[in-house]
Design a protein around this ligand. Structure first.
Ligand SMILES: [Zn+2]
Length: 240
């Protein structure tokens, strides 16, 4: 079974290590820098086969080129953003199938945070690497897309299986939770979540991956009934 492990990078970024234990195949999603990747790969036989990029922001691609050269790894990223991503070996688009050892994944176009943003879904575990589109209890800022575009992207992700593990690009859960509680202060699920998140953060542990099934009930951007209410919530979150 494919496994996903967060690798903390920079202040609050996560790159994700995907590993197929049967073949030893290893991918890293969105490496912002090189040192934390080298450290974890040193424990895994100094092997890196693939680098998957969700979008062009430097805190997601900063280490990609150097890691690809060092390990002779293949870089995958959105064809639409090839001009502003590190040099791609494999340019992908919505619906493409990608292979990671014995596992296959699907590319899902998720524009909104940026126009060319893509997510990677591996159905067997299942694992979703969603970059800065969907966070635990939050979603990415709309730097390039419209609220309607982001609402549609989130809708695509919400249609994946409830047990899907969300491998998001940032540790933003505490602040997102405070915002969610500001909208719905007595929500028992959010209050319970607050305890879990507090304990994890106090122990220095990531709050991710989150489960899509929980997010569909608790994340204010997934429970928004339409694009207009989504846009209102996103604007309020920008000011929060
Ligand atoms: Zn970003």
């Amino acid at each position: 079974m494919l496994t996903a492990t967060p690798i903390p990078m920079l202040a609050d970024n996560y790159a994700w290590l995907l590993r197929d234990p049967e073949t030893g195949t290893i991918a890293i999603v969105d490496p912002a820098e090189t040192a934390p990747a080298h450290a974890i790969l040193a424990q895994l036989g100094n092997r890196l086969d693939y680098i998957l990029l969700t979008h062009h922001h430097n805190d997601h691609v900063g280490g990609a080129d150097a890691l690809a050269k060092h390990y002779n790894a293949v870089i995958l990223g959105a064809a639409a953003d090839a001009h502003r991503l590190p040099p791609l070996d494999c340019a992908v688009k919505d619906g493409d199938t990608i292979r990671l050892g014995a596992h296959t994944g699907t590319v899902i176009a998720t524009p909104g945070h940026t126009i060319g943003h893509v997510s990677y879904f591996f159905p067997e575990t299942p694992i979703l690497c969603c970059g800065d589109t969907l966070f635990s209890l939050g979603c990415g800022r709309l730097f390039e897309g419209t609220p309607a575009m982001m609402f549609e992207s989130l809708g695509k992700l919400a249609s994946l299986p409830a047990e899907t593990l969300l491998c998001c690009g940032h540790e933003y859960t505490e602040h997102n939770l405070a915002f969610a509680l500001s909208l719905d202060p007595d929500n028992p699920r959010l209050l319970a979540r607050r305890e879990t998140v507090r304990q994890l953060r106090a122990a220095g542990q990531p709050t991710l991956p989150a489960k899509l099934g929980d997010e569909k009930q608790e994340n204010p951007f997934l429970t928004a009934p339409d694009a207009a209410s989504f846009a209102e919530r996103r604007a309020a979150r920008d000011r929060f």
